[in-house]
Design a protein around this ligand. Structure first.
Ligand SMILES: Nc1nc(=O)c2c([nH]1)NC[C@@H]1CN(c3ccc(C(=O)N[C@@H](CCC(=O)O)C(=O)O)cc3)C=[N+]21
Length: 299
């Protein structure tokens, strides 16, 4: 058996199309153009690539894109002054501070400074708490994208065994909350989990978000399971003869022979993350204006 390969790129293009449609309607009916502000501190080349691609896609769906580049040694004071300005700016509906930030800045403090209603990363404690208590929240883009792909493939998720490998605030924890809300039986596994292979082998749904290249081999996968690979690991150049190949947290070549469906890296979860960032910006815009939630684009 060989798995269906879930085409995240095509899926993301569909999501962006839905976003663009609803942005056009917002403009026509209400004269509102959603705006997304992305803040980049320092000059990390990988981050620059993501930020550029986010800005381009934001404009493509008809939203305003505001890019703010700050020097790597920017003071906490100056960064917070910018966040305060963006919080107060009615043209800005979503704010994303690209992580990681330099060591002298605290990610927790930055997140706490962002208006929860504009927190399109879903990282603010208020949004984490709302999600955990089953209320309307801004939901982190990567788990939201994973949920969309799972629902698309499996329909009703209720009663399924789901394992999330990884317990980060950005991915693992919100992913577990979303799966629980869709009535899965959820296990959150991590580096201290005993018999991880045995735990993963029980799962109908495996979400791998550990950040270790090819960590999950095919023989941990239950035949027919749906495997969502969140990892984006760039292999050292010497291991692939030049380019720094991207691989996931799942060993794709062995897992694809066992799974029922699997997301590739690249071209799986990554493109969905950016599409969901745009979806979240649209959702935030609708909420702040007291309009109906965009259909099919929220958790
Ligand atoms: N506050 C914050 N929120 C984030 O969501 C956030 C962040 N900081 N910092 C960095 C990570 C990383 N991230 C990615 C998004 C899309 C792709 C993506 O589209 N990847 C392509 C491949 C791109 C390539 O070839 O390099 C793919 O998987 O097909 C990758 C990585 C969001 N992040």
């Amino acid at each position: 058996m060989t798995a269906e390969i879930i085409d995240g790129k095509a899926f993301a293009a569909r999501v962006r199309g839905q976003v663009a449609e609803q942005v056009a309607r917002l403009k026509a009916d209400h004269g509102i153009t959603p705006g997304l502000a992305v803040v980049l501190v320092g000059e990390d080349p990988a981050s620059q690539v993501y930020v550029r691609s986010k800005g381009k896609q934001t404009v493509e769906v008809g939203m305003n894109s505001f890019e703010h580049k700050l020097p790597a040694d920017v003071s906490r004071y100056d960064l917070f002054a910018l966040i305060d300005r963006l919080n107060a700016d009615p043209a800005v509906n979503g704010i994303l501070v690209q992580f990681p930030v330099p060591d002298h800045l605290s990610e927790a403090e930055i997140v706490a400074r962002i208006d929860p209603a504009k927190d399109v990363d879903g990282l603010h404690i208020e949004n984490a708490g709302l999600l955990a208590s089953g209320q309307k929240a801004m939901v982190s883009c990567t788990p939201l994208g994973c949920l969309m792909m799972l629902r698309d493939r499996l329909g009703d998720l209720s009663g399924l065994d789901a394992v999330v490998i990884g317990r980060s605030n950005l991915v693992g924890k919100p992913m577990a909350q979303l799966l629980l809300r869709d009535s899965c039986t959820v296990t959150v596994a991590h580096s201290r989990t005993r018999d991880l292979p045995g735990v993963v082998r029980r799962a109908d749904i495996v979400v791998a978000a550990v950040g270790r290249p090819r960590f999950v081999p095919g023989d941990w996968i239950k035949p027919g399971a749906t495997v969502i690979d969140v990892g984006i690991n760039r292999l050292p150049h010497e291991e692939d003869g030049g380019k720094g190949k991207l691989v996931g947290d799942v060993d794709f070549d062995s897992a694809v022979r066992v799974a029922g469906a699997i997301t590739p890296v690249p071209g799986g979860v990554g493109p969905m993350t950016i599409a969901c960032l745009l979806a979240n910006t649209l959702t935030a815009t609708c909420r702040v204006n007291g309009l109906d939630e965009p259909e099919g684009l929220t958790a």
